[in-house]
Write a protein of this length. Structure first.
Length: 463
């Protein structure tokens, strides 16, 4: 049984990994390339607008993207699935109408650049996120991977076309993302039509509304709190520093994104395995093994990305964005605890105790805003990211102790080695600016990561 679940987890990670790395890498290329053409304040404004869209998604969708996957994967009955899908999209239609009313009133109170594009982005992103999770549950992992890849490829292609051919500036980023997501959904759905064919007013049931809301409402509030933690720093940086500073931050975030991609890939695969095996004998030991090994890989990636970007910044960054390389280590450091806190969140999802997620998220949001303000005013961008790191650490620690009664995670050798890697890497990064040292650390980290992946493959085969 243990051999089988190890292999299944490895298979899921490989499938999601190929999809996420492929599609995220394509989108990742956008910012570095455009950094040679856009001004820092332009990139900063787009990033702030995108953060607003992503922050509003939990409200506009009531976080039904989470219930779509969790409830569909729990039940293979065709009738049940039609009820869940139809009820979900019916609720979403009502929410879209409310958003349109609210958006039509905004111009009377605020002047917002590109408001129609921002509102359209909210619509399309919301629809895409719910549909994506439906694909993940109803179709196969291959279709899930394919829609993500198609969306990413079309994002890059259409953005470059609109920017360089039609000369639309940062509007190209909005339009490119909208076109890509709509096109990807059409391309995936047309040959199969399993999801669209499940949508009908006659399948809408009020009883399923309460089932959906019991799962999603706590997660919506948690996601909003998490959005405050993640996004508030950028608005604070823009207010106390400048839009230019947020442009630097936005590009650093893109180079930090491989850690987030790894975290997303792992958690997507782990979510499926965890839900299936958390009631099995000795599942606590398995959860702990996976947690410790995941932590070590993430920490190696922090060191590799940080020294890699600083070593090759003249190739990877436009000259106006060199400061992004200076703040990358502490930004990557924050991503470690971001990923680990999501690992803990899956434990709540396994038992459907999503209401307990609220405690950690809300208290962390209350803590993070004043902390970010104080640190940004006194230490600039580095202070803002340090505040973010502390907030994510608090979130992880809170969830770690809270979940001990549900699924106790035990620290092992891999975890303590992770701490050594993080601390040693940070000391070298900030005490030395010698290119030879940077190349040496990057080489050692890369070799160590390759060896560790080899060891993990043996662990999967033999255990």
């Amino acid at each position: 049984m243990k051999i089988e679940r190890n292999r299944q987890l490895a298979k899921d990670i490989a499938i999601y990994g190929i999809g996420n790395i492929g599609n995220k890498f394509l989108v990742f290329l956008l910012y570095p390339v455009l950094s040679f053409f856009l001004e820092r304040n332009e990139l900063g404004y787009y990033d702030i607008s995108l953060e607003a869209v992503l922050f509003l998604l939990p409200v506009v969708t009531l976080q039904m993207r989470e219930s779509t996957f969790r409830l569909l994967i729990d039940n293979n009955d065709a009738s049940y699935r039609k009820h869940i899908l139809s009820t979900t999209f019916f609720i979403e239609g009502i929410l879209f109408a409310l958003v349109l009313v609210a958006a039509s009133l905004l111009p009377f109170f605020f002047s917002i650049r590109y408001l129609p594009l921002i509102v359209l982005s909210i619509y399309v992103y919301s629809l895409y996120e719910i549909y994506l999770q439906a694909v993940r549950a109803v179709y196969t992992s291959t279709q899930y991977m394919l829609i993500s890849f198609i969306s990413s490829f079309l994002t890059v292609a259409s953005t470059f076309l609109i920017y360089f051919v039609f000369r639309k500036g940062i509007e190209a980023l909005f339009i490119g993302n909208i076109i890509a997501r709509l096109s990807a959904m059409i391309i995936i759905e047309l040959p199969r039509r399993q999801i669209v064919s499940s949508l009908s007013v006659r399948f809408f049931k009020r009883a399923f509304v309460s089932e959906i809301f019991r799962y999603t409402i706590p997660m919506m509030w948690s996601a909003l709190a998490f959005g405050i933690i993640t996004s508030s720093g950028k608005y604070i940086a823009t207010y106390f520093l400048s839009a230019d500073a947020n442009g630097i931050l936005a590009l650093a975030q893109k180079y930090m994104s491989p850690i987030m991609i790894l975290g997303l890939t792992f958690n997507q695969a782990w979510q499926v395995t965890a839900v299936k095996i958390y009631r099995e004998p000795r599942s606590e030991q398995f959860f702990s093994e996976v947690f410790n090994k995941f932590t070590f890989v993430v920490c190696l990636l922090v060191v590799g990305i940080s020294f890699g970007l600083r070593s090759f910044k003249s190739i990877l960054l436009g000259e106006n964005f060199y400061q992004s390389a200076d703040i990358i280590y502490v930004y990557c450091f924050s991503a470690v605890f971001f990923c680990l806190s999501f690992f803990m969140e899956i434990i709540y999802q396994c038992t459907k105790q999503t209401n307990k997620i609220l405690y950690s998220s809300v208290t962390c949001a209350i803590l993070s805003v004043p902390l970010s303000i104080v640190l940004t005013k006194n230490f600039g961008l580095t202070g803002m990211i340090a505040g973010l790191s502390f907030s994510y650490f608090y979130l992880f620690a809170f969830r770690y102790f809270q979940t001990k009664k549900i699924m106790p995670i035990r620290f092992k050798l891999d975890f303590f080695l992770s701490i050594v890697v993080l601390v040693a890497g940070g000391i070298i990064f900030y005490s030395s600016h010698n290119k030879i040292v940077d190349y040496a650390v990057l080489t050692i980290t890369t070799l160590l990561m390759l060896y560790y992946f080899y060891a993990l493959s043996k662990f999967v085969r033999k255990r």
